[in-house]
Design a protein around this ligand. Structure first.
Ligand code: NAD
Ligand code: UDP
Length: 421
């Protein structure tokens, strides 16, 4: 495997050691899996938790045994950090508090985690001449210019006013009392610091701006593998609602728009960055799928309602036969429809699929939102020749299959508990 692999310029790829901070999280677990199964590289995996990478660490019979070593540590206060960075050729920093429910309710923890705790990582990389791939966020763009235009302005349809471009778009956040922006602002400042270390001290860096990466192992299901009152990101919130057969909650009407990318597509991009330093160093990369844009309402509808043509056929079928069977068929309609979660779980669709909640009720005071997030792909195309592949339907199907397989039984037990006691 090691000898036959070449980079984008046809040069052989040498095995390296990677110090991955936050390796036990959602992205880290997929990146470790990819590195173990498809490359000869070694990983020093640093995190407070390792549940999501347990399958890679045990058993000793894994073909990659010895290439991945877990170090349980908190980078806030652990003197081993510099030594581990020195042992590696490359450091990848994924560690962060990165769930929106925390940004306005735990703004201090959010700012410390995303800025202060990342400082020593940048410093040790710079002082020891080690390459750094740092995970930032698409949230550094904040709101689009277009959202400040009058509602009926034709310019709102002009991509110049909403497509987000690494080297051109401004970063537009709300006022200070809108604490939602504590995360984006901390991420922006650490980006600026890394950029300055590159410019003034020659740090070799790459900054990644993920645009809503989703897939298996994302976040947690409240009350099963996370706190009952916890609020994860939207995929896990909606999965939790579906598993419990509750309506999906649409915050402020679910009007915000997002582009979702399948984690496995995104990991391909990160691997290209790891193995093509000459093309990736000094760059900031958007990593997203501009073709998978939906409003949050549409996302909820895709999960709970009918898929594309099946919807139209079902409607035609209903219109034709209801002339004869009237109201009976109308009652049957939900069961004739195909929706992602019903398809993967074999359960009937929800009677009431969604409900609206205000952001104040859902997230508390100080929440605000990004209106629209479409990544410009020019730079990543040019430097790494990378493009995402997976459609929204396909990524939802495989992710919800995983969610159902992993959590359906556990949820039944959680729901049954209060009745039994
Ligand atoms: P995650 O929460 O699943 O993973 C983060 C990991 O970092 C966790 O395992 C956590 O235990 C660890 N960590 C946090 N603080 C630590 C500390 N002090 N010491 C040691 N470990 C610590 O999140 P993720 O989705 O995998 O995101 C990884 C990175 O990508 C983050 O920097 C995040 O801001 C960024 N990001 C992700 C997305 C996305 O779509 N998933 C979007 C934008 C940005
Ligand atoms: N959201 C929602 N219902 C939920 C969870 C989230 O309507 O149960 C919305 C949230 O307000 C935001 C979008 O879904 O507009 C995406 O939220 P996520 O937590 O995934 O993170 P973000 O993309 O905002 O960083």
């Amino acid at each position: 495997m090691a000898s036959s692999r070449v980079d984008l310029d046809g040069k052989p790829i040498k095995p390296i050691t990677i110090c991955m901070i936050g390796a036990g999280g959602f992205i880290g677990s997929h990146l470790c899996e990819k590195l173990m199964t498809e490359t000869p590289h070694s990983v020093l995996a640093l995190d407070v938790y390792n549940d999501k990478i347990k399958h890679l660490l045990e058993p000793d019979t894994n073909p990659w045994h010895g290439r991945i070593n877990f170090h349980r540590l908190n980078i806030k206060h652990d003197s081993r950090l510099e030594g581990l960075i020195k042992m590696a050729d490359l450091t990848i920093n994924l560690a962060a508090i990165c769930t929106p429910a925390d940004y306005n309710t735990r703004p201090l923890d959010t700012i410390y985690s995303n800025f202060i705790d990342a400082l020593p990582v940048v410093k040790y990389c710079s002082e020891n001449n080690k390459r750094l791939i740092h995970f930032s966020t698409c949230e550094v763009y904040g709101k689009t210019i277009g959202c400040f235009l009058p509602k009926d302005s034709p310019l709102r349809k002009d991509p110049k006013y909403y497509v987000l471009k690494e080297d051109e778009s401004p970063c537009i956040f709300g006022s200070i009392e809108k604490q939602r922006w504590s995360y984006a602002c901390a991420k922006q400042l650490i980006e600026r610091l890394i950029y300055a270390e590159g410019a003034e001290n020659g740090l070799e860096f790459t900054i990644v701006r993920p645009f809503n990466w989703i897939g298996p192992r994302m976040d947690f299901i409240p009350g099963v593998d996370g706190p009952s009152e916890g609020v994860p990101r939207v995929l896990a919130c909606f999965s939790n609602n579906l598993l419990r057969r509750e309506p999906l909650k649409l915050v402020d009407g679910g009007q915000s728009q997002r582009t979702f990318i399948y984690i496995k597509d995104a990991i391909e991009a990160v691997l290209l960055m790891i193995e093509n330093p000459a093309r990736a160093n000094g760059h900031i990369f958007n990593v997203g799928n501009p073709n998978n844009e939906v409003t949050v309402r549409q996302l909820g509808e895709m999960m709970t309602q009918v898929k594309g043509l099946s919807f139209i056929y079902s409607k035609l079928f209903l219109a034709f036969f209801s002339m004869f069977f009237g109201v009976y068929l109308r009652l049957l309609f939900p069961y004739l429809c195909l929706q992602v979660y019903s398809k993967v779980s074999g359960e009937a669709p929800l009677e009431k699929a969604t409900i609206d909640v205000s952001s104040k009720e859902f997230y508390g005071e100080g929440y605000d939102d990004s209106d629209k997030r479409i990544p410009d792909m020019t730079i990543i195309n040019r430097q790494l020749g990378w493009n995402p592949k997976t459609s929204l339907w396909d990524l939802l199907e495989s992710t919800l299959t995983y969610q159902h397989r992993t959590y359906a039984e556990a949820i039944k037990k959680v729901i049954a508990k209060p009745l039994a006691s």
